[in-house]
Write a new protein. Sequence first.
Lengths: 264, 279
Amino acid sequence: MNDTFNLQRFGFLFKKTIMERPLQLLGIMALSLIATLTIFSISVYLNHWKDAHVLSFAWGYVGGGIILSSVIFSYFNTNAGGAAYLTLPASSFEKWFCGVLISGVLFTVVFLLFFRLMDTMAIAIYHNNLDKTTADYKHLYNSANIFPFDDRQVQFDYYVFLNFAGASLLGSLYFNKANFIKTAMVIIALFAFMMGVNWLIARMFFSNVNSAFPYLSVGLQIGNEYRNINVSPEAEKRFTACLKYVVPVILWLTAYIRLREKEI
Amino acid sequence: MIRFDNLSFGYSRNKLLYRNLNLTIKNGSIYGLLGKNGAGKSTLLKNMAGTLFPVDGNITINGMQPQKRKPSFLSGIYYIPEDVYVPALTVRKYKNLFAPFYPQFNSDSFYQYLKELEVNVDSKLNRLSFGQQKKFVIAFALACNTPVLLMDEPTNGLDIPSKSQFRKLIASVMNDDRIILISTHQVRDLENMIDNIIIVDNGDILLHEPVGNITGKLCFKTVSEIPAGANVLYQERSLHGSAIVIENTKGEDSKLNLEHLFNGIVENPSLSKKIFETA
């Protein structure tokens, strides 16, 4: 018996994970899509296409993904649930991979498909309803376009999703009860700590610090003048690469290690 | 076979519950793990199931280490915690989703056990009473036919007929390759069922003996007057005299009273140790 990964066993686990709590998992996915549609519809109604795309994508994808990641390992709410999950004959890798597949991959695919469908339909309806005889027809027509998934803003959302959904997944394995709130509090505390330490370090070098953003910039107020000192483009590139790739990998992999070492 | 080699466990490294514990549990026996509330019975079971890890030392179950939680290990062991977990599924759906993980699962036996335990198979599991849920999990665990079955307070929440049915079922599924370990503080529930007794208290194994040895070394009887010079492990006043547990120096036959044995061992560990070491 392969004790790390067996496709048939993984299939049983995947089916069991979805079918055991269909309301919870599919319900959260459905709610995310409904929230996306609602934000999108309101923004479109107000004729703000850019906002419709950016806001609905960010809230639906990032918000839904974070919530889904926080419940994927919610077996540990009770000792009995946790024990049943840990003693289920599947490897820790399979259990982790199943969680990642549902909260990371499956949710992303479902969301993107839904978003593209919603966007295409809304734009088609909008274009069809435009009066072709008006002078600003072309301008109005071009104001609504399909939101490209390689847009800079979407890419930013992907990275935010990877970081925060990863943190949420990891938090659910550290905190057995109210894991969502506790994880959020830890993240806020961590940010506050980083900002505070960064501020103190900046104050060691400059006497007139107005603002300081960790790793990236320091804002100085000299009389009425305000100036930003930024790190070099190379250093900024390294920092963003770290946020895009290194931190998410650390978070998602630590979740695996934590699951393997989990005791209840 | 389950082996504990110098096992130490504690919820904090500074305060160990078990220290250098050595214990061997052999196949083909039903073990009763007895102890007061908080004595460490559940902790021991959790270490065996791999949901808690030893601080030091080793546990091996049929040659495998529980803390690695390998599927090949987990498919050969079933652990029923004191509070059971059941999802919002029907019996049939639960079976379809969970049974494939256990290669030896027997569907016919499963429905037979459910029938014998009088579990309603048509309703959703989360709508059953606690006792019904517990009986469902017991039936499922027995049908999995795992070589090792660990049960933590399985009779908690069961009504009197179900306790009796539980005993019959356990006896019926026992074979020479299996180990069934039942932890309880309700010692009467295990009477006439177990063939080995382990008593734990404050992280110590106070007794680990086959039932046959116990009745060979101890005598359980009710007397009007305690025999002179007897090593009395336990005595309790009753309507008909005094129920006593004494050292069996004359080779008398008597019926094991688990409750009196338990009280005697826990209240008088030094004398019991002396009796079981020397007799």
